[in-house]
Ligand binder design. Sequence first.
Ligand code: NAD
Length: 266
Amino acid sequence: MDLGISTRTALVSGADSGIGWHTAERLLREGATVVITDLDQGRLDEAAARLPADAGQLYAFAADLTDSGAVASLASMVREAAGPIDILVQSAGITGAQGLFHEIDEQGWANTIEVDLLAPVRLVRAFLDDLRAGGWGRIVFVASEDAVQPYDDELPYCAAKAGVLALAKGLSRSYAHEGLLVNAVSPAFIATPMTDAMMDKRAKQRGTDRDEAIQSFLSEKRPFMEIGRRGEPEEVADVIAFLCSDRASFVNGSNYRVDSGSVATI
Ligand code: NAD
């Protein structure tokens, strides 16, 4: 399926690894111009070197999305190098403060919400004029199954991701008549550095290895993931790429679950 985005320019955050990197790869292979951003320029350059060279044009600019000044500089650099963007994929995120409610202090809440909710808001604010200008645009937020099915050992993350879903839905009302469509994807338990770190911590606590930690996590903590394995980041990137595409021209305000059935409700 031709996604119809070979003349489009996309910015992908959180793109030095995981879902963001695979989304950048997918969009590049469709011929789009892609700007990747993440915290560290060195890691970003390494990530860029692993992306296909024979596809769309690629730029890599680092920015800490918790820093308004850095996001403003990012917007200037992107505009100067690649022009106005048509597509924004917001994938940057952290697991944040973990533990039961009484174990997490206010700073843990603030840090998590800063990265997982305020940074997406900041990024959209910095690029909204560009996204509206062309009469065709796409924003895709990477939320989480946790947004609608909160787990009690990571409530700051769950609350932030619920906020992201509300942000996506609300934004989808404002600019769709101009051609700017806004959607979210909600993955569950994808094989990226984020869940590698979670599983290594679990393995250490249980005195086992990562494979056992994954299997026991699936059976004990994610019983409705019916496919019975971690997802692959490519499997999320494919859905994001579709939502970024011309093929998704009547999809707006949606939340696509890419979770193997993990969210138990319809
Ligand atoms: P990842 O750790 O590979 O990618 C997240 C990226 O965000 C990292 O490269 C990190 O450097 C970047 N980042 C963190 N803080 C940042 C900041 N302040 N400024 C700029 N960049 C920052 O993990 P991933 O699994 O690919 O996560 C991508 C998104 O998917 C996240 O929003 C995450 O919450 C969401 N998600 C992941 C899973 C999963 O199981 N992996 C499940 C549901 C949702």
